[in-house]
Design a protein around this ligand. Structure first.
Ligand SMILES: [Zn+2]
Length: 274
């Protein structure tokens, strides 16, 4: 892909793709979205991988982070609390990030009744900040704490952390609490996986936003929709493995293209009187 195909000008070049994408969304019975880091990058959050990525610069965290945590949850909690009190640039960039035009467009799409559910790989809570309600976070949420036994989730502020009695335990089942964000080596929470599978089975259209859609299990959901005869609409800066099968491929920033897509959806619904 050449540089001049990317960027805000892409919205013009892809006018046909925007219209085709809007037709697919409006014509579908049940639309889900699969979202990745691309949309968060536009809110000033650094990606983990790739050019400018946090892990590209600092090296990847240990692959057995979850196993280490489980071997010694008290130390795991102490390390985590230290990291939270010594917030680095990256943590601050997430904490200060606000939803961008792409997030707001997705919230509008849900409010319109077009988008039924969002599966996100992002942990930044920005979909909820934007106003989306039906969201599954495959990798957890940075603002929450989760019980590893019953899967209960609470805001950090709701959890009493006694430094002399770490780790904190679940008020319901006495299970160990941990940050909701999924660590390396940690299985994706069962409830999140079940919800994603249920949503993918319902969908006849998948909107892919800001993700290369190559990491599993996330990539399995558009695959499932496609195999069942559903449509793919993608909004991404680069081609994905789904590009050859997509009904519409919108190339460029989601902050430009998603609002254009929503405007086209609104116009189309007005025309067809839906
Ligand atoms: Zn519990």
């Amino acid at each position: 892909m050449t540089g001049d195909e990317v960027g805000p000008t892409g919205a013009h070049r892809d006018a046909g793709a925007v219209a085709a994408g809007a037709r697919a969304l409006v014509g579908a019975r049940y639309v889900i979205a699969l979202v990745g880091a691309g949309i968060s990058v536009e809110s000033g959050i650094r990606p983990f991988r790739g050019a400018g990525g946090l892990w590209t610069e600092r090296g990847e965290p240990p692959m057995d982070g979850y196993q280490r945590f489980m071997e010694d949850p008290a130390t795991g909690w102490r390390d985590m609390l230290n990291r939270r009190s010594n917030a680095d640039d990256f943590s601050r960039s997430i904490a200060e990030a606000a939803p961008n035009a792409g997030h707001l467009a997705m919230a509008e799409l849900e409010a319109l009744g077009v988008l039924r559910h969002t599966i996100t790989q992002n942990i930044d809570n920005l979909h909820f900040d934007a106003g989306n309600v039906a969201v599954t976070e495959i990798h957890g949420n940075r603002t929450k704490v989760r019980c590893i036994e019953c899967g209960g989730r609470w805001r950090w502020a709701e959890v009493e952390v006694d430094l002399d009695h770490l780790p904190p335990v679940c008020a319901h089942c006495r299970g160990i609490l941990k940050a909701d964000v999924v660590m390396f080596g940690e299985p994706i929470p069962r409830d999140a996986l079940a919800e994603c599978e249920e949503q993918a089975a319902l969908a006849d259209c998948c909107l892919i936003v800001g993700t290369s859609a190559t990491v599993y299990p996330a990539a399995a959901y558009p695959e499932y929709v496609l195999r069942a005869g559903g449509a793919i609409v993608e909004v991404n800066t680069d081609d994905t493995p789904f590009t050859p099968y997509a009904t519409a491929s919108l190339r460029g920033p989601s902050g430009v293209l998603l609002p254009a897509l929503v405007a086209a959806v609104r116009a189309l619904r007005d025309t067809v009187g839906k």
